[in-house]
Design a protein around this ligand. Structure first.
Ligand code: ATP
Length: 220
C-alpha cells in the first residue's frame, strides 16, 4: 500500500450495465489489481443522465451485475442508484458515498469515451471535488479526443500515491489492455438471436443464461 492513511481507498464503477459484459469486468478487475483499492463497487444507474433510457429495468441490470461478480472477490454491487425515480446524477451518488466514507481516496472508474465528454456531466467540477477519476482505455477513444487533453492538463497524474494521499481531484489514465466490446453489440446480437457460442465470448455464461431465462433483449 502506498499510504499509511487508515481509510483505504475504494473504487466505484458507474454504468448502465445493459447488460454487464466482459470488458466492464476486465476494467473492474484491472482497477482492483493495479490501484491498491480495497474493493470496486459496480453501481448500475436507475435512469442514466447522459444517454437514452436502457432497455431493461434497473432490477434486471443489477441482478446481472450480481450474477457476474458472484465469484469475484473484491467486486461488489453498489445499489445506491437503483431505487431512484429520476435521472441518476453521479455527483449526487458520490455525495451520498462521501457521507458514508468522509475520508480516504474515492476513485470513480470510467472508460476513455466517457472522459471525452466529462465536462457535459452535471456538476463535473463537484465530481472532482468528491472523487478521483480513473480512466480505462477503450478502443476507438483516445486521450487526444474531446475534453480529455484539457482535463488531463489540469488534473492529470501518473502517481498512484496521489490517489491515496489525496481524497479527490486527480485523473489517472490506466494501461489496461483495450477490449473492443459494448453492450450495444451484445443487445444487437441478442435481438438477432445469434448463437450462444459468440455471445459466450462477450459476457459471463451465467449472465447469458439469466438473459435467456428472463427473455431480455430478444423482442420475443
Ligand atoms: P452501451 O453500448 O449500451 O452504450 P457500454 O458497453 O458503453 O454500453 P455502459 O454501461 O454504458 O457500457 O458503460 C459503463 C462504463 O464502462 C462507461 O464509463 C464506459 O466508458 C465503460 N466501458 C464500457 N465498455 C467498455 C470497454 N469496452 N472498454 C473500456 N471501458 C468500457
Amino acid at each position: 500500500m502506498p499510504t499509511s492513511r487508515p481509510d483505504r481507498a475504494f473504487a466505484v464503477f458507474g454504468g448502465t450495465f445493459d447488460p454487464i459484459h466482459n470488458a466492464h469486468l476486465a476494467c473492474a478487475q484491472y482497477v482492483l489489481s493495479h490501484c491498491a483499492v480495497r474493493e470496486v463497487q459496480l453501481m448500475p444507474c436507475h435512469l442514466p443522465a447522459h444517454r437514452a433510457s436502457p432497455g431493461v429495468s434497473a432490477e434486471h441490470r443489477a441482478a446481472m451485475v450480481q450474477i457476474a461478480i458472484q465469484d469475484m472477490p473484491g467486486l461488489q454491487l453498489q445499489p445506491l442508484e437503483l431505487n431512484k425515480h429520476s435521472p441518476s446524477y453521479t455527483v449526487d451518488s458520490l455525495r451520498l458515498l462521501r457521507e458514508q466514507y468522509p475520508r480516504g481516496g474515492l476513485l470513480f472508474v470510467m472508460g476513455m469515451d466517457s472522459l471525452a465528454y466529462f465536462k457535459q456531466w452535471h456538476q463535473w467540477q463537484s465530481i472532482l471535488q468528491l472523487a478521483h477519476l480513473v480512466v480505462c482505455q477503450r478502443p476507438g477513444s483516445s486521450a487526444t479526443q474531446g475534453d480529455c487533453p484539457a482535463l488531463l492538463e489540469q488534473f492529470g497524474t501518473n502517481s498512484l500515491q496521489d490517489l491515496h494521499l489525496l481524497d479527490a481531484g486527480k485523473i489517472m489514465l490506466l494501461d489496461n489492455p483495450p477490449q473492443e466490446l459494448s453492450a450495444t453489440r451484445i443487445r444487437t446480437l441478442l435481438e438477432k438471436n445469434q448463437p450462444d457460442n459468440e455471445l459466450n465470448q462477450l459476457l459471463p455464461a451465467e449472465v447469458l443464461q439469466y438473459i435467456k431465462t428472463q427473455r431480455l433483449y430478444s423482442g420475443i
